[in-house]
Design a protein around this ligand. Sequence first.
Ligand code: PEP
Ligand code: MG
Length: 609
Amino acid sequence: MTDGPEGASFSGFYKTAALRMRRELEGASASPGIGIGAAYVVDRRRVHVPRTKIERDDVEPEIQRFHEALRACRQQLEQIKARLPHGEHRQILKAQQMMLRDPDLILRTETLIREELANAEWALTATTDQIITTLESADDKYFRERGSDIAFLTENVLQALLGDHPDELDPPAGAVVVAHDLSPADTARLHRCQVVGIVTGVGGRTSHSAIMARSLQIPAVVGIEDILEVIDSGDVVIVDGVHGHVIVRPEAEEVAHHAGQRDRYQAFEVKVRKEHAFPAISSDGLHVTVRANLAISEELDLALRYGAEGVGLYRSEYMFMNRPALPTEEDHYRMAKLVLRRCAPYPVVFRTFDLGSDKSSELLDFEAETNPAMGMRSLRLALRERPMFLEQLRGFLRAGVHGPLAIMLPLVGSVDELEAGLEALEEAREQLASAGMAHAEDIAIGIMVETPAAALIADILARRVDFISIGTNDLIQYTLAIDRENEAVAYLYQPLHPAILRLIKAVADAGLRNKVPVSLCGEMAADPRYTWVLIGLGICELSMHPSAIPVIKNIIRSSTSAEMKELAERALQAQSGKEAEELVFAAMHARFPEHLLHGGGAGGGEPTP
Ligand code: PEP
Ligand code: MG
């Protein structure tokens, strides 16, 4: 059921405001920007599905009915997909179509129908409830959030089984959509409506509604429990996607204040986007290369539109997810060729698969580890699973004839590991040569510095590679001993901790001495509060999620290298992360108040898909 937007007007609000109170709610910022509008509440909470007993003769027809419902849902997703431009959201729909073919889900439901003589609706609900419970107990946040995808698919299949056709979402232009969660079908419809904000009860930054909202550039706050108990259709809502706040039934002055902020925000967006194609050269002539971090090839067009000068980090491990079988050499080749061709003349840095720890693939049998972040992951796993590694390396090398290719090895911890990685690359090259297959000879080879050990021997490593990229997400995790997935210790995650600043400086200096460019591709690169410090420490390239590029380029163009260096030097003198933060944030807020609204703090992170 969808509640219509009855009373969805400001006058409706002022009539009821005297009766109901203003509320301020905190959630997670999922998509930056500020939206103000009347709430359009969507309530699709699950109705109870009764169990009915069927006759033995009806088992096969019941299974048929189940399959027809699955087919109808897959078709519905196909139609939605066809209406959307390329991008992350299409990828999500594809993944959902695959879930609807999942043999485990189908078999378990059929077994319940057959053995329990249960109706298809009940059998499906019992199966997916079990799957959702398992996913919700997973350590990995990504898997926990996939639970809501399964819940949506179940709803869709149930509707098809029951012959229900829920009202299509049809919010009026200017509305704020409020829901427990939104399905891809819902968000695809929002694509055509001029919705100004989204608020949901569940989800984190990597939930599909968050990804969709960012991709559609609609301000969004997610994860406000009991949201449907607090907001009615027609209530005026302010969605502050920058800070993750929602104000329900605000005072008139608050509406005016946020409307001013929203207008400034939008004007600024238009301005920086216009200049996105200009290079990031400081006013005294320092050129900083700004590149994009990608996980799927569909994101490339957006990255180029935002002014990326190539891809600084292609997270190739996503090739191992959401697919029925392990990727082959041919799969790697085709994907890399497509990206290289579209990106040329700019280079693409393909990171070899960084699987394990928080990034697992259902296609690989990961052994249970007590401490997976320090376990069999990343380059260590690639060196153990050598045939799989060679398969990927051969695919990349073959693709290298189509554009400037760079290959980057993740989580290198020692010279021995680096040499083992380089040896594998040599073997892949020899295999291609002896098979007479065309491949790139002259490619750039680099490493990620993600551990304190690698940072401390950066000078030794630099002599053996063409470039270095600092992965601060992991470097901070390992240096400060803070699990990056554990919210209980998130308060200790301090990018400006003196240990981190010293390590970044050591790597930048080692690069400079050995004439090896040093880039940085962790989340820090996308946060405008850190831009001056990073460049001031000697980082010459930043790689980030595409939508952060215009703002970061604009900051660099509005600065001098001398002032960036001066702030970095002051930060290096700080005795604690807190002290460094205070002085760096104060300087950046004073100089770039508008820019910081577009990425500093809550609004600036990336979906680690
Ligand atoms: C990093 O560790 O900073 C990085 C970019 O890699 P990932 O976030 O994929 O681990
Ligand atoms: Mg990493």
